[in-house]
Write a protein that binds this ligand. Sequence first.
Ligand code: HEC
Length: 499
Amino acid sequence: MKLWYVVAVGTLVWLTPVVAADPTFNKEVAPILWKHCASCHRTGEVGPFPLLTYKDAAKRADFLVQVTESKQMPPWKAETGYGKFAHERKLTEAELATLKAWAKAGAPEGNAKDLPPLPNFPEGWQIGKPDMILEMKEAFTIPANGRDIQQCFVIPIPIDEDKTVAAVEFRPGNRSVVHHAIMYLDSSGIARRKDEAEKEYGYRAFGGPGFFPTGGLGAWAPGTGAEQLPEGVGKYIRKGSDLVLQIHYHPTGKEEKDRSQVGVYFTKKPAEKIVGGIGLAYTALNIKPGDKNYRVSTTTEPLPCDVQALSAFPHMHLIGKEIKAWAETPEGKEIPLIWIKDWDFNWQGSYYFAEPVKIPKNSRVKFEAVFDNSSENPRNPSSPPKTVRWGEQTFDEMALFGIQVITDTMDDMKKVMRMRGAALGQLLGSSPPPNVKKKGESDIPKEGFIIPERIKAIASQYDKNKDGRLNEEELDNIPDFARDQVIDFLKRNQPQPKP
Ligand code: HEC
């Protein structure tokens, strides 16, 4: 079979044979596997077997074709053509055809002198020595078998003034068990207390971290490199904050230990622009058992200013099937953000755009999410299926989406930070500066608001005097952006006085 690939540049047209007639491992296949697979498929990495040598590849040649044709590998969930991303993981049609032709011909090894030298895979920090290394204080033990574990580790940040961060690199201690990590900030001390209350190192948390984060440093999944922000842009860390590292561990069949690290690179001078977040969620989920196609959508209020989106973070749990997010301009134009047609909780993470995406003032950010709560869904954690609502547990669901944004001016950022979804956006990895909102609201009742059942798990942690209410002083301990929304929620959910 001969396949010709047409490349047009201006008026010049070349005809380049891309799939050799008889591809061999040494000549054509090895470079494909090294480029697209070996980052995860080599010893010590997350892939279940190495794909470096002829022996590694030949014995599973048909399997390699199957998983690449079905787009299961390399894992990349975002739909091509809907949003343009940095570090997209994808084989070209020609590379796919090469693998297929090679497997069909019986996986020939070829001539030894055709084999290029094995590339140098980076060891150590990818972008040089960090200014600050935050490390788990001890190793955490992951049992051989059992369910996946989501564990939060609280690591104090040793800075004596507020700082802005230009880049962050998460380095898993043991790549074979670390599936993904989310880096929250907490300056309220709540995460510390949650940690101290547990016997083992850290505390369990399936969905969110169990408190209102005061910022975030981003997320990591296998194959993600260091997160570097554009020049002049930074994430804000308040002094006295803790890093709360939430790690998703996947047992490997033998007992494993992990001690992960986060490298932080500060901006040379204080950042001119701070990363903020816009988030939106559909919390009124009520997914009936057997419903294969439960569909929800939601929107933000109109944006108060122009923004530029740096990254997108979609989030659902196990029965989430599809999620699509976009911005709609006042003229009704659709700006694509991300579309994942085959959601997989195990491959979630932040998607960085190749170029910041401009979204004009008065646009709305929207998403639509689809869930499959039938027994045919192999990922359904409940058998038989049961009614699913919003919550933090494995068998609960979430439908949320956030973008990290920058704005032209700090004043604009303050407007973004007062949007209803700002707290959520922050939870998903941005770090706004403190004190955007003036403290002390006149309409907080002196005795405080009664805490409704629905938010008890989180809100009662802020109830210092344990009277079942949140007064002004207690509300002041909630981060500014979440605080606005908590007050709003409390106001709307107080018991009505008897007529
Ligand atoms: C970003 C990391 C990553 C990259 C890149 C990657 N893999 Fe994988 N691969 C995994 C992980 C992790 C698994 C284990 C199954 C899972 O969690 O999805 C896996 C599983 C597999 C499997 C077994 C699938 C099964 O159903 O048991 C095959 C075959 C495979 N990969 C081939 C490839 C090939 C071929 C490439 C390159 C074209 C590739 N992988 C690139 C991480 C990766």
